[in-house]
Design a protein around this ligand. Structure first.
Ligand code: ATP
Ligand code: MG
Length: 547
């Protein structure tokens, strides 16, 4: 530590309220909340994050202002009578034995400097582009924070923040890192399991392009950066051409088709809130499923057409008059399903999608112009998740984990709120299938609407700005000193995230790497080290045959 770098001295504070640092020789205007500092006491070095700036010499300021020469007087008393302080969160402490979470605060009058890249490396280690990838720079350094993807994919993780903070950009970046990491694992033939992505891509930002808030193209989504690695299933038939045009080949994009026969009662019941189906309505549907099956090729078709059936015929088929009224009402509410082109009589590409996942091919389900159609988005996400869960839940633990599956879901609270906790396939997956290697990447603006049992399964948090108190509380809930981090969350800029959890050594504020530049770098690194996919696929197919 050189004297010229010292910015201040600790003058007290509390562990629960933060450490007070009196600034010395630097204006508080040169420091921002979110900056990291290092403090050296006799025993340890401490890593701290500034969470408040305090200029509390207001009595002196008033007196100076009333003096005959305020500017001159101000210069005279700056730093002695006119002082500023920082309030800092104690994050980590280090000795020659290594760094660990700070459970105390630095001694009085310990000198502080802004974090340097060298010090950051001691606390956070470095990127190796195998397991650890650069998430972004730690303020105020240009040091890249490594995120350990090997650790990240072992449990569910969350990307939160209000609209426009950079969640979808970050989602694409993390997805790209998972692809790079999985290829490293496959090539190095490590014991670690490769990871396969299933991305529910509401706004076609992963399968096609990321756009800026003013709808200009920002960059390619992850599928276009690694076209050999992905299959894009398009809920919007016109999107198939759009995706293919970008790739100039014929195998990447496919229409997503769901055979009506494969729709189950629970796929409709899980939409109860949206369709305003009461609990009784759901039970009625369960109980008449078999009777409906006799009216048409399958129960779902019969339900969709229920209004066209003759009352007498229904009575002959043993339908109770009250049930007929309920089913007619339900049929009316489901009328949109009659026109969804994704529902067919004989085609179902969902099985193919599940086989792709089993064979370790990354899958994106892009919704194109249907992304804003909440009913369809929710139906398809729930349907695919239900079938995926059924495939894996029946398997033994070791059988289910030939590869990990990471499910990315945007607007996750729609699927994971407490009202649907019993029926939501994604909620069940989050709670039951972690040990079989299936975890979620939960992307959401309002984490407070997510069931706390699901949030309890989230081990890593990437939290962008939000002003809603409840959301801040939930997003910082598993930190050691959540009350100290809350002001930080509200102050984050676009592209800045509070990052913490098992895959990041210590909590920190990062400015996420520039997406377009980083994807270019990854593309080059990938091309240089491209895996022989035919070999990889073959080895997976052999493994599947052995099942
Ligand atoms: N890492 C980054 N690199 C470059 N630009 C970024 C980055 N992060 C965010 N941005 C900018 O911020 C904009 C908004 O990001 P993004 O679409 O990811 O926000 P969001 O949180 O997903 O918003 P919404 O909740 O509305 O979907 C991007 O279009 C881009 O201009
Ligand atoms: Mg988004």
């Amino acid at each position: 530590m050189e004297d010229k770098d010292i910015i201040g001295t600790t003058i007290g504070g509390t562990y629960s309220g933060g450490v007070l640092v009196q600034l010395d020789g630097i204006s508080h205007e040169q420091i921002e909340v979110g900056y990291s500092l290092v403090t050296r006491s006799n025993l340890k070095s401490y890593l701290m994050i500034v969470n408040d700036i305090v200029a509390d010499s207001s009595d002196v300021a008033l007196a100076v202002n009333a003096s005959r020469k305020p500017t001159f007087t101000k210069d005279m008393v700056s730093g002695s009578l006119l002082t500023s302080k920082l309030n800092c969160i104690p994050i980590a402490s280090s000795t020659e034995n290594g760094a660990e979470d700070a459970l105390t605060i630095p001694d009085y009058l310990s000198k502080c400097t802004l974090l340097t890249p060298e010090e950051a490396q001691l606390f956070y280690e470095s990127c190796d582009l195998k397991n650890k990838y650069p998430l972004g720079t730690i303020k105020p350094t240009d040091f890249n924070l490594p995120i350990d993807i090997d650790v990240l994919v072992q449990n569910s993780f969350g990307i939160f923040g209000k609209s426009g903070t950079g969640k979808s950009v970050l989602g694409n970046l993390v997805a790209a890192y998972i692809v790079m990491y999985s290829n490293y694992v496959k090539q190095a033939q490590k014991e670690n399991l490769p990871s396969t992505l299933l991305i529910f891509d509401m706004h076609s930002e992963y399968g096609l392009k990321l756009k800026t808030p003013s709808q200009k193209v920002l960059a390619s989504g992850v599928a276009q950066t690694f076209p050999d690695e992905f299959r894009v299933y398009c809920a919007d038939p016109t999107l198939v051409d759009d995706v293919e045009k970008e790739f100039k080949r014929g195998t990447l994009a496919k229409e997503l088709k769901i055979k009506k026969e494969n729709v189950e009662v629970e796929d409709i019941v899980v939409l109860s809130e949206l369709l305003k189906i009461s609990g009784v309505g759901g039970l009625i549907l369960q109980s008449v499923r078999n009777k409906l099956e006799k009216l048409e090729d399958n129960w779902f078709e019969a339900l969709l057409n229920f209004e066209s059936f003759d009352q007498k015929m229904l009575k002959d088929q043993d339908f109770d008059p009250q049930v007929i009224i309920s089913l007619r009402a339900l049929s009316r509410r489901l009328s949109a399903f009659k026109h969804f082109p994704q529902l067919t009589d004989n085609e179902d590409t969902c099985q193919e999608l599940l086989n792709d996942l089993k064979a370790n091919r990354n899958v994106i389900v892009s919704f194109g112009r249907y992304g804003d159609l909440e009913l369809l988005y929710m139906f398809i996400v729930n349907y695919i998740s239900r079938r995926l869960r059924e495939e894996y839940v029946s398997k033994g633990i070791s059988e289910g984990t030939k590869n990990r599956i990471i499910i990315f879901v945007e607007e996750a609270h729609k699927f994971l709120n407490p009202n649907v906790r019993e029926s939501s396939p994604l909620g069940l997956i989050a709670r039951e299938l972690r040990k079989r290697g299936i975890v979620l990447c939960i992307i959401d603006q309002t984490p407070s609407q997510i069931d706390e049992n699901v949030l309890g399964m989230v081990w890593n948090f990437l939290v962008g700005a939000t002003n809603i108190e409840k959301d801040i509380e939930v997003a910082t809930g598993t930190l050691k000193l959540p009350q100290l981090f809350r002001p930080l969350v509200a102050s984050l800029r676009r592209q800045e995230f509070l990052a913490y959890g098992s895959a990041i050594k210590f909590p920190t504020v990062v400015k996420i790497v520039d997406y377009s530049k980083q994807m270019e770098n990854l593309k080059i690194a990938y091309q240089k080290n491209k895996p022989d996919l035919s070999k990889v696929t073959k080895s997976f197919e052999r493994a599947l045959e052995r099942d």
